[in-house]
Write a protein that binds this ligand. Sequence first.
Ligand code: MG
Length: 253
Amino acid sequence: MDDTPDDSAALLQLLGAPGSAVFLDFDGTLVDLASTPDGVRLEGGVVEALALLAERHGGALALISGRPIAQIDAMLAPLTLPVAGVHGVERRDADGVLHVAATPDVSPVLARARALAAIYPGLLVEHKRGAVALHYRLAPELEQLCVHEMTAAVQACPGVLLLHGKMVLEAKPASTDKGGAIAAFMVEAPFAGRRPVFAGDDTTDEAGFAFVQQAGGQGVKVGKGPSAATLRLASPGALRTALLAASVSPFKE
Ligand SMILES: [Mg+2]
């Protein structure tokens, strides 16, 4: 039996509140996880719901992802939203201006991850701006080996931090995270002065939950697992249902 608490009603209220700023993770939050990053599918009606919701919040809706911005744009096309990509390394603000953080050299991590993937075909390496992700979803028995190799590789790279997400190890700049990305949006129009709500599902989203809650907003953890978020939804499906409902119901003044 699934005993995950369900705060859908509270989330719906927040999504419908005129003063909210909405921040959403993508994988495992808006879409169900797939066996490979390319395999995810955005369900029908979600893009339209995001567009409506963004319009009703005066444009104060942004995606906060570990993916590069280009991938998020391709998934949401033809909709273009403010986005933070690669955990905040890249950020496109509401005016369409791209902000790119300085990043440490991750080439030693990339080399080690690629060497490992050359031996084990079940491993998938993603090279992003200033980050390297090693996915082991197709070879979960290799988790310990991947952790060992990536930990060693990151130790040789100053300023690089290792995140352990769902079936993925990601080396990323220590200086940027999702909390910082949301904070950067929150000092700009149309986000400034609003109450931030951030929904996410994984380790990397905890920095976002911490920031929004300290700023008087709410974090929404999607799925199981420990989290500092004050609200919880059972699944990406529950989040999609709330988004669709909020996009068509009138604002409560
Ligand atoms: Mg996620």
